[in-house]
Design a protein. Sequence first.
Length: 217
Amino acid sequence: MIEQVQLPDGTDAFVLPLLRTDRATLAAEFETLAPESRRRRFLAPVMHLNDAMLQHLVDDVDGVEHVALVLCVETSPDVYDPVALARMVRYADVPDAADLAVTVKDEWHGRGVATVLLEVLMRHRPVGVDRIVTEVLKDNPASLRMLRRLGPTTVEDQEQGAYGVVVELPPTGTSGPAAPAPARVPDVVRRPASPLLSDPVHRHALRTRDQVCPWFG
């Protein structure tokens, strides 16, 4: 699938699937990110994408259980470059839940790229997924605002500088994202919002983040 979209400022763009042939491109683009973006990408300092990470991030994308989409814009006449990547990965043992991530190149932050790309991803998400279970850094309120636009959101203080987040998604085919959320960080629940957030296996997967890219823009 190739879908033409438009950013809020009128910039034309295309959304297309991430392919295995994009492995080298993804590794190279990661090197262009600022140190803070890299930190938020894996909730820890990561300097380079190693082979194991690229296996998860590229080779394991099947368009069914693991959907990854790239947004490209025309940076010079007839030349389209990738500026953002969004992915959703179903939890193997919880088929109605998935992790979610969006990567936006630093120079494209604040232009509505993530919002536009997520609208497409929601339409092409794994069949049967109706909630997002993920983790974001406490110092990244933009991620929480973006997640809350997708649907009713519960936030749990996981300590160690991160929030556990559960988003209830609208049925596939529903037009448009949920209403924009307030700019403030939402109130934090005092009990687990989902067994996935308290289960040690899933918490480890969220903490290491070697399967998906976390939010950072």
